[in-house]
Design a protein around this ligand. Sequence first.
Ligand SMILES: *[C@@H]1O[C@H](CO)[C@@H](O)[C@H](O)[C@H]1NC(C)=O
Ligand SMILES: *[C@@H]1O[C@H](CO)[C@@H](O)[C@H](O)[C@H]1NC(C)=O
Ligand SMILES: *[C@@H]1O[C@H](CO)[C@@H](O)[C@H](O)[C@H]1NC(C)=O
Ligand SMILES: *[C@@H]1O[C@H](CO)[C@@H](O)[C@H](O)[C@H]1NC(C)=O
Ligand SMILES: *[C@@H]1O[C@H](CO)[C@@H](O)[C@H](O)[C@H]1NC(C)=O
Ligand SMILES: *[C@@H]1O[C@H](CO)[C@@H](O)[C@H](O)[C@H]1NC(C)=O
Ligand SMILES: *[C@@H]1O[C@H](CO)[C@@H](O)[C@H](O)[C@H]1NC(C)=O
Ligand SMILES: *[C@@H]1O[C@H](CO)[C@@H](O)[C@H](O)[C@H]1NC(C)=O
Length: 908
Amino acid sequence: MRMVLHLFVWVFLALAIRVHGQQEGFLSIDCGIAGDLSYTDDTTQMFYTSDTKFIDTGTNKEIATTYMTQTLPRQYQNLRIFPNVNRNCYTLTPVIKSNRYLLRASFMYGNYDGLDQPPQFDAYLGVDRWEIDLPSNSSLYVWNEIIMVASLDYISVCLVNTGNGTPFISALELRLLDNSTYQAATESQYLQLYTRLDPGSTSGKRIRYPDDDYDRIWSPWVENFWTPINTSFSINLRKDVGYQPALAVMNTAAMPTNTSANLSFYFPTSNVDPRLQYHVFMHFAELEQLQKNQSREFNFSLDGKYALGPFSPTYLSVNTIFTMSPLSGQDQHVVDLYKTMSSTLPPILNAVEVFIVKQLTSPTDGQDVDAIMNIKAIYQIKRNWMGDPCLPVNYSWNGLNCSYPDSSSPTNISLDLSSSGLTGEIAPSLANLTSIQSLDVSNNSLTGPVPEFLTELPSLKFMNLSNNNLTGAIPTVLLERLKNGSLSLSVGNNPNLIEPSNVNVNNDINPCQVGSCKKRRKVLVPVLASVIPSLVLLTIAIFVLWKLSQRRHQRDTESVVKAKEEVGSISQRKSKDGSLRLENQRFTYAEIIAITNNFETVIGEGGFGVVYHGYVKGAIQVAVKMLSKSSSQGSREYRTEAKLLMRVHHKNLASFIGYCDEDRNKGIIYEYMANGNLREYLSGNTYVLTWGMRLRIALDAAQGLEYLHHGCKPPIIHRDVKATNILLNEGLEAKIADFGLSKVFPVEGLTHVSTAVMGTLGYLDPEYYISNKLNEKSDVFSFGIVLLEIITGKTAIIRSSERMHILLWIGPLIARGEITTVVDPRLAEYDVNSAWKAVEIAMECTLDTSIKRPTMSIVVNELKECLALERARERTFSSRREEADTRSSNSIEMLPNHMRSMAGPIAR
Ligand SMILES: *[C@@H]1O[C@H](CO)[C@@H](O)[C@H](O)[C@H]1NC(C)=O
Ligand SMILES: *[C@@H]1O[C@H](CO)[C@@H](O)[C@H](O)[C@H]1NC(C)=O
Ligand SMILES: *[C@@H]1O[C@H](CO)[C@@H](O)[C@H](O)[C@H]1NC(C)=O
Ligand SMILES: *[C@@H]1O[C@H](CO)[C@@H](O)[C@H](O)[C@H]1NC(C)=O
Ligand SMILES: *[C@@H]1O[C@H](CO)[C@@H](O)[C@H](O)[C@H]1NC(C)=O
Ligand SMILES: *[C@@H]1O[C@H](CO)[C@@H](O)[C@H](O)[C@H]1NC(C)=O
Ligand SMILES: *[C@@H]1O[C@H](CO)[C@@H](O)[C@H](O)[C@H]1NC(C)=O
Ligand SMILES: *[C@@H]1O[C@H](CO)[C@@H](O)[C@H](O)[C@H]1NC(C)=O
């Protein structure tokens, strides 16, 4: 047989006797059940335990009784919710390092709170974002699955509150896989399940453990142009090796009814990012005893290119064929199984799995993690210290600051355990935090000597041991470092500490040897102190910084920062108007030059100046908008924007990182938005946003505006809502930017403010234009125009032969009900009801009379409904969601059409 190994690898497995596993390597956690409860599931015979051993936070809830149906798996009846803490991490153990696992997280909201509002939140796998799919209504349950290699002896799964409702979870399941399987999952990348299907299923039932040894969940897949075939002989699988898909899955297969047609499928079913990489696994077993004059022989092609073959499935034995290198670079991928000239029988397919490849980032330095975990244990620190200490970047542990070098793991550079009720001696584990630059253990009840090992920390520059009960003498090595100025130390208020006569330690030694510090204080507290101060800490939530700096200010202490090359200082000076208080986020012009590499790359033009690309600390990408020096109008806008950004924080508003205000050099530093603005996306030809993505973006933007109008007191009117001011990050999440024209209602309760007309042509509210009376409904009008652009793909002012406003263009079309002409012709698939609804919302937003327009809160809710309609359409293409159905359970459940045959009569 001619066999070409091109993109595929062929795994052959011999027949053997199957032995049922004893669930070794299985960890089954039912989240939200009482701590002492455990049970064996009636259907799967799997043993579940409560989640209390694996997490410190959260409370238990039960779904509403309406949804507790006979057919609902028991794991979904209870859930754990996390109302109080933003980041909640499960630590799954035992886990055998370097082994491959299937990890599944399941969610059912079930209206447990009676609000009928399923929340949205983020999940993390260790330090990496795990893009989970969450139920969009009360009756749905959803599972998310990945295949990964454990890099540590535990696996951490975190749920993060993003301000869109309380995170929750129903179940977590971990299954140890055979080492020889799914080798595309490595320590540096994991596989996220896209779909796992059982073609030709005769039972119409989903299959999992105990049929499947690894508890993979196989969903039935039936097409009307396929003929299902099955065997009553059993395909015996070996217990100890290989992929071993469930017998019940392998026992059935699909073949094209038209025996000369291809057996083909494509994925994904809607256009998604062509950069995504996919791996396909197909499992085969011949089910028919072939006669002498019969043969079944077929080739494989990927995206139209021959890949492997000819191949003949072996009788009653499993062959697995999978992609060696991932498929990528296209919106959709096609797999064709086509029979050879000599074959008398058509191709068959018994089982198929598709995964998306996801890269992993390196976790925090292992020694640092061990040390900090040890410190946490010794002092029994209760601070929601969970998961990775430094990662994700915005979620490093409270009291801990990290450095994020380009090419290696993050390390801890400052640790603040002041006023934490610490008792006992100074922990030896501190010596293992080799990168630490600042250590603060003041205001505790530490006893014992000042250990000598502290002097061996090469980078340590600031140490505060004051207000403890330390005893003995200060080690001479420490004193040496004090004298030569390489260390600043506070030891005040340790009554039993012997002070050396020749060095005055109570008054800080050289707290101000560098920098612009003018005054001396009794006690030196290094505030977020480190060599790379503000630069590294930027990405920490502004809120946290703000809180910290406030607390520090109250303590009336002083912060000093020492730098090798650059000298920066964090001071308490107030700027002229007294509002720029986030001093930590202040950058010098010299720093701005370094960040932007002397303004090398221009990425855009904002309201008051040019926007440059930059790197903070060589790693974190930022956008820097500089005020053009000639503009006095710009100066006002700069001030408006800076003030506003400091005040408002919302995930759908541009994130503020810092500012520069040095004489005439003024600028604002934002989070870099990798995908530019919405306008570019809508007019670009390379990548077409799907209808679902467009609705998501519209909803994001609407939520940002809703926050400005209704979440801020007094309300804020943006005044320049337009497609170019809606920015997209790498996850295509939208954020509203450019607050230069924004107006804050001076007094609460006003219905409008009278002001000069500002805004952008095409988006401008006609009522405001005529009356000069501004209220938040002007933003609603502009948003309506943006929504029309999103729907139609056209610009606010359509430039064809003559310029025409989008409202004038769309009016007659809507009157004639021509939805397909209205919707962007590049959209291949969308839910028509959802599109109509979106058009209706846009038309209401753009009504002439402002009082008739809806508020942004209403718009947000309506857009959610649009999105739900579209998601429902998409969901019929998903096998990982299920409706908790009160109808009889033996009907065929929602057919998974993630993959659709292209040989079918209605191919696309
Ligand atoms: C699986 O392979 C890894 C190395 O790839 C090895 O460290 C580990 O021990 C293996 N596990 C088993 C169960 O053989
Ligand atoms: C095979 O398919 C036939 C017809 O669909 C069905 O009657 C029979 O029970 C199936 N056998 C097995 C083992 O599934
Ligand atoms: C069967 O498939 C072949 C090849 O795709 C096609 O030419 C033929 O018309 C099909 N026959 C029927 C009856 O659909
Ligand atoms: C194969 O041989 C059987 C008799 O053994 C005959 O009935 C059948 O028609 C043959 N099929 C083909 C495709 O030649
Ligand atoms: C079957 O697949 C081959 C290889 O991709 C392709 O060249 C051929 O056009 C396909 N046939 C049909 C009928 O789609
Ligand atoms: C420091 O780290 C080393 C190596 O990881 C370890 O052997 C040692 O026990 C640690 N020391 C302390 C005090 O934790
Ligand atoms: C400090 O320690 C000494 C003994 O070492 C003890 O007598 C004293 O009460 C302690 N002081 C405080 C404030 O804890
Ligand atoms: C939930 O969503 C499903 C699928 O979209 C839909 O069929 C069902 O009616 C919805 N249920 C409720 C209660 O809204």
